[in-house]
Design a protein around this ligand. Structure first.
Ligand code: ADP
Ligand code: MG
Ligand code: MG
Length: 872
């Protein structure tokens, strides 16, 4: 049977697809015995058919609607259009997901010149009758017929003025009758036909208007932003009216069962006496806190508390409830799961477990992992933010909120920070040379670059807020200013940025620091109990490592050694090594770097204790360590006491057409094995020292980048393990280390069985793997991936969420081949994807041992891993 209309007793909460969220919950509330005014729901299926039929209402649908209408008449003992006892209804839109932009609710439908008098007689309240009538004409005219609302408002205002009335409530019945007459002539002028007096005609027009609103611009944009499919359609709820505006024993309100900002278990809400519909939200009068209801209507308050408890227990989640009181009787008009902050979500979930309402697993599933970001970074104070002036919007590259003075170079930022100033580093885009400035800055703002640009990745790694790719600003680094819309902002001026939204503001905005609250800690403990994946961190410094351990990291999955090379104290020796003419000179330079690298690793091993630490051998192309413009080359040549020409020639020599695919990764170590040797020595000597002196059971793992052929790995294994074994032998202590590889070149996934012969572990470098599988340059892809998303070629940016079909297939194959060759091979991921919830789930599904991500994403990965395990 092709049923299209359901009365509330025929539905239930699980039927959201068909009845929409509001309709399904109205049905559920009716069926669990709560006082819900009766009604029926015209299904989303009817809405979709309406579109299939070219936006025409058809007779079968009308018959079904009128059939349900007469059932409703019987149930309420009232009749549509009846001159003695008329039925009035509300018409309410309601899609599967609550969607601002859909048609507003119409109240009091069924009123006309006859029924308004009937209402007057029944209630003995003429003022109420005409107040309801004028509201209905206005809503119908505005919402169904699109007459601009201000036109009604100005009519109302003119009558108020003539009567010297301050509030709507000061108008008496006579005045309201006048408003009704004027509204009707306004209607006739605008629409060129009389206001429809026939209730059934009113109803059909309203239903059609709801259907049409599914495709209005606001609704379409909202769906696009929130990834809601366009073909769901909306349902229409037709419900008998109850009146909150019948006097001081009536009212209307909205309440949450727990505080949506903090999660505290206490009713949170507002109500208005003698008011109808959305008066509470519309701010016509200032509503009172729900606690006040206890004083004014103690019995109703108790009933409401009971109903709220019942609903929360029934849905096992925080509810957001709309209610109306008619002449001392409570009615429930809507319930849904309440929208809440991360703080509130975590606290409510944990406390519901403690109250025995939900299981730990349910609590874990209830938190959106990416929401945890809010708990880990400072945020702007709400009121301060409201007062702030937003000047531009970029990409929300790394969450957090910061205010500071603008500086345009790393050096200026460092200098200002040393003077105790708070700094926002503003750059066209950042590069590895800016690291120190980034470390010192409170936040980073760039005009170019995407979500995986240098600024974004590094800032996320540091847990520092960053707005990237803010194209509205024009940065003039040399003139120390940037310009937005013709206005200049100069060095030393204050701005504020919110890396969670991408917003940029003028001036200082107050922030508050994150607290690792008890509830958060508890939720994480529960997550750890169920997850199968281990969670490691990407960290290059003892400070980051220690931070990550605080957030629960169980090891380091990626320690990049090149970041250490940029340090002011070492870059001279690194450059010396690069321009060396022969192996002796190179070795001499490496000798200088060795003790410094060893110190780095000692610090990291100490911070990580007996947790495993994967250290990657040098990866970037060498040109990154040298300046590129002539002036800088001359300065450096003078500093290094070498000839300009020689340095310039070396810079030229290192230039590559495509450095991403050039002389980098293991290819460097194959040309210059002495670099790998020095790094291996630094790692193993540091491990020996920490183990000897501190008694820590250090677990170093040496990782070779960019391997595509097992022979590359075998060649370097010979170099590294020979040296390592020698050192360990000589030390006289027992030290275990592992030797393994990144899997990031597509070829490596194809021959992973061969590679596994020489690798004790694989770590998927999904940034490079995605770049090389798609053939997208990661540094340039930002420019066009947006178009791919807009044109629905991609749902998600593959640099953010693993492309399961392609890149994921390669990973899966590598996992299978690797395990076949070496059953106990250790498998992990260290690309940026390691902290992204859907990618973590994928890593669980293909059976990796661990994911590794930046320190601030560790809690997100822990929760995501637990959710993946629960989903099974
Ligand atoms: P929204 O989706 O914008 O929340 P609703 O359909 O919930 O719109 O309607 C808004 C308000 O209108 C409700 O909160 C309630 O106060 C009022 N309302 C809706 N239907 C009725 C009804 N049958 N009787 C009384 N008031 C109603
Ligand atoms: Mg609304
Ligand atoms: Mg509502």
């Amino acid at each position: 049977m092709n049923k299209l209309v359901y009365s509330f007793n025929e539905g239930k909460a699980a039927m959201k697809d068909l009845l929409g969220g509001k309709g399904a919950n109205l049905a559920e509330m009716s069926n669990i015995g709560l006082p819900v005014p009766p009604g029926f729901t015209i299904s989303t299926k009817a809405c979709n058919m309406y579109y299939e039929k070219g936006q025409e209402i058809w007779s079968e649908l009308l018959n079904e609607i009128f059939e349900k209408l007469s059932e409703l008449e019987n149930k309420t003992n009232k009749k549509f259009g009846d001159k003695n006892n008329p039925l009035l209804v509300s018409v309410r839109s309601g899609a599967k997901f609550s969607m601002p932009g859909m048609m507003d609710t119409i109240l009091n439908l069924g009123l006309n010149n006859d029924t308004v008098e009937a209402i007057h007689k029944i209630t003995g309240n003429e003022r109420f009758a005409y107040d309801s009538y004028r509201r209905f004409i206005q809503m119908f005219g505005d919402v169904v017929m699109s007459i601009e609302k201000y036109k009604f408002d100005s009519v109302l205002e003119s009558v108020k003025e003539a009567k010297k009335a301050k509030y709507d409530t000061d108008l008496d019945a006579e005045a309201l009758k006048e408003v009704v007459l004027k509204y009707k002539s306004l209607y006739k002028n605008e629409i060129r036909s009389e206001f429809p007096e026939e209730p059934k005609e009113q109803l059909v027009l309203a239903v059609e208007a709801v259907f049409r609103s599914w495709n209005n611009e606001r609704a379409k944009i909202y769906r696009k932003i929130n990834g809601i499919p366009d073909d769901l359609g909306t349902a229409v709820n037709v419900q008998s009216m109850v009146f909150g505006n019948m006097g001081d024993d009536s009212g209307t309100g909205v309440a949450f069962t727990r505080n949506p900002a903090t999660g505290e278990k206490k009713l949170f809400g507002e109500f208005l006496i003698n008011a109808q519909g959305e008066d509470v939200v519309a701010g016509i009068r200032t509503p009172q806190s729900i606690e006040k209801l206890k004083e004014v209507m103690p019995e109703i308050y108790d009933q409401f508390v009971q109903a709220a408890d019942l609903l929360e227990n029934h849905y096992k989640d925080m509810q957001d409830i709309e209610f109306t009181i008619e002449k001392g009787k409570l009615y429930m008009l809507q319930t849904r799961n309440g929208k809440r902050t991360a703080f509130s979500a975590v606290r409510a979930a944990v406390e519901m477990v403690e109250e025995g309402k939900i299981s730990k697993e349910e609590a874990i599933m209830r938190i959106e992992p990416s929401q945890l970001d809010q708990l880990l970074h400072p945020t702007f104070e709400e009121n301060a933010l409201k007062a702030a002036k937003s000047i531009a919007k970029g990409l929300p590259a790394s969450p957090g909120a910061a205010s500071g003075k603008i500086y345009f170079t790393a050096e200026a930022a460092v200098e200002a920070s040393k003077k105790g100033e708070k700094v926002i580093l503003v750059r066209q885009e950042t590069s590895p040379e800016d690291i120190e400035g980034m470390i010192e800055a409170q936040g980073i703002l760039t005009a170019r670059g995407g979500m995986t640009s240098h600024a974004a990745v590094v800032a996320r790694g540091m847990g520092k807020c960053c707005v990237a790719g803010c194209e509205a600003i024009k940065v003039y680094e040399e003139n120390k200013k940037f310009i937005i819309d013709g206005k200049a902002y100069v060095e030393g001026e204050y701005i504020s940025i919110d890396g969670g939204t991408g917003n940029v503001y003028e001036g200082i905005i107050k922030t508050h620091e994150p607290e690792m609250s008890g509830h958060f800690g508890k939720l994480m403990e529960w997550a750890d109990e169920v997850r199968k994946l281990k969670v490691r961190t990407n960290a290059d410094t003892p400070k980051d490592a220690a931070q990550a351990v605080k957030f629960g990291a169980e090891g380091i999955g990626l320690c990049r050694t090149e970041h250490m090379f940029f340090d002011e104290a070492r870059i001279p020796a690194v450059r010396e090594m690069i321009i060396a003419d022969n192996i002796e000179q190179r070795k001499a330079a490496l000798e200088k770097i060795l003790p410094m690298q060893r110190e780095d690793f000692i610090g990291i091993f100490e911070a990580m204790g007996d947790r495993p630490v994967t250290i990657r051998l040098l990866d970037p192309p060498l040109h990154e360590f040298l300046p590129h413009d002539d002036g800088d080359i001359i300065d450096l040549a003078n500093e290094m006491k070498v000839e300009h020409e020689k340095l310039k020639a070396r810079v030229e020599e290192l230039k590559e057409f495509n450095p991403m695919l050039g002389h980098r990764g293991c290819r460097l170590a194959i040309t210059y094995p002495e670099i790998a040797e020095m790094q291996t020595r630094a790692i193993i000597e540091a491990a020996i020292q920490v183990k000897k002196e501190k008694g820590i059971d250090v677990k170093p793992e040496i990782m070779v980048p960019l391997v595509g052929d097992v022979k590359e790995l075998a060649f370097l294994k010979e170099v590294a393990t020979k040296l390592a074994d020698e050192l360990i032998n000589d030390s006289g202590i027992d030290l275990k280390y592992m030797y393994g590889t990144m899997i990031e070149v597509p070829r490596a996934t194809l021959v992973a069985d061969e590679i596994a012969k020489d690798a004790e572990f694989f770590s998927f470098g999904t940034n490079d793997l995605t770049q090389m599988t798609y053939g997208f340059s990661r540094d340039d892809a930002g420019k066009f991936i947006k178009d791919y998303m807009d044109k629905k070629i991609f749902d998600k940016d593959p640099f953010q969420a693993i492309d399961r079909k392609g890149v994921g297939k390669l990973m899966k194959m590598a996992v299978e081949l690797g395990r076949k060759e070496r059953p106990n091979i250790k498998l992990g991921i260290c690309g940026e994807h390691g902290g992204e919830p859907t990618s973590v789930e994928f890593c669980h599904d293909i059976g990796l041992d661990y994911v590794s991500c930046s320190p601030y994403r560790v809690p997100i990965a822990r929760l995501s891993a637990a959710q993946a395990a629960i989903k099974g």
